[in-house]
Design a protein around this ligand. Structure first.
Ligand code: ATR
Length: 289
């Protein structure tokens, strides 16, 4: 139970969670808006998740973010507890934001699609949803990407994934606007598109690079990599050399956090250059240590 006079507690549950930038992000906003609250990193194994999750309201938490690998388990836990999940969370079968209300009810939302789209609108305002989009990957993050794009009005998503079955699964989930394309066809899928999204882990620190020639890609197409460590992935570097507009993944992380912060702490926080600089510095530090 919390009241306006009491300090507000929130955090992020994940396994592992040490790499999460959410405590830095929410900590920055708590200081900026002079809010009496805190935001903790909660390392919780999948086995311990249901019990730890159920104990949070009793420990004074107003809510939590949920990260890998618990997003689906959080969805299941909220449903089992008779809580409410948003339409987006239900569509994705995954929750990344939980609110524990004072009347003991629990609410789950998924703000990843919102974060993806807000970052795109901020960094590439010229992009419009009329064109065709190619998305690489078919994991949890790509589900949110597809939901955001379809909600924005995109009518054709070429979904390219190494395991074709997963791409077909997403096509069944989202309907005929999502067209599965084989991994070998990833370069030809770039012709005539207005947006390319990398939603795979390729290009991330510690992962192999994404091997993709951008020759077939129109020069006006926006290239968006949801990987944010490194900030400039080899894909984004190549896109810049080709003259394509680019969007990095850090803004998606920042924007998905804003509705959660508002729900717990009562302020919809701004995205300022200072916040970006602090996060960028932390990511660069991670690259060298
Ligand atoms: P998340 O939930 O963060 O999206 P994920 O579910 O592990 O993470 O998804 C990772 C994505 O990167 C998947 O689309 C994966 O392809 P598969 O579905 O074939 O596994 C993709 N990926 C990872 N390593 C890859 C590689 N070496 N080549 C091609 N795709 C790769």
């Amino acid at each position: 139970m919390t009241s306006p006079e009491k300090s507000i507690h929130a955090g992020v549950m994940g396994w592992p969670v040490a790499h999460s930038r959410s405590p830095l992000l929410h900590g920055f906003w708590l200081k900026q808006y002079r809010i009496d609250g805190d935001y903790a990193a909660l390392a919780v194994t999948p086995e311990d998740f249901p019990q730890m999750f159920a104990e949070l309201p009793g420990r004074g938490f107003s809510g939590v973010n949920i990260t890998v690998p618990h997003k689906q388990a959080a969805f299941d836990a909220i449903i089992a507890a008779g809580g409410v999940v948003s339409e987006t969370a239900r569509r994705l079968g995954a929750v990344n934001t939980v609110i524990f209300h004072e009347d003991s009810s629990v609410e789950g939302d998924n703000t990843d699609a919102f974060g993806f789209m807000e970052n795109l609108k901020e960094k590439a305002p010229q992009w419009n949803p009329d064109g065709t989009v190619t998305v690489l990957g078919a994991g949890g993050a790509v589900r949110a990407v597809c939901a955001g794009l379809l909600e924005a009005g995109v009518t054709e998503i070429r979904l390219v994934n190494r395991s074709e079955e997963k791409a077909h699964e997403l096509a069944r989930m989202f309907g005929p606007s999502v067209i599965p394309v084989s991994w070998d066809e990833r370069e030809t899928s770039l012709a005539d598109i207005s947006l390319l999204v990398n939603g795979t882990s390729l290009g991330m620190s510690g992962s192999p690079p994404l091997e993709l020639s951008l020759d077939p890609l129109p020069k006006t197409a926006v290239v968006y990599d949801i990987v944010y460590a490194p900030l400039e992935t080899p894909l984004l570097r190549t896109a810049k050399i080709c003259g394509n507009p680019t969007v990095d993944g850090l803004g998606m992380l920042i924007h998905q956090a804003r509705p959660a912060f508002e729900a717990w702490f009562g302020v919809l926080p701004e995205v300022t250059p200072e916040l970006r600089e602090i996060l960028e510095a932390d990511i660069r530090k991670g690259e060298t240590t």
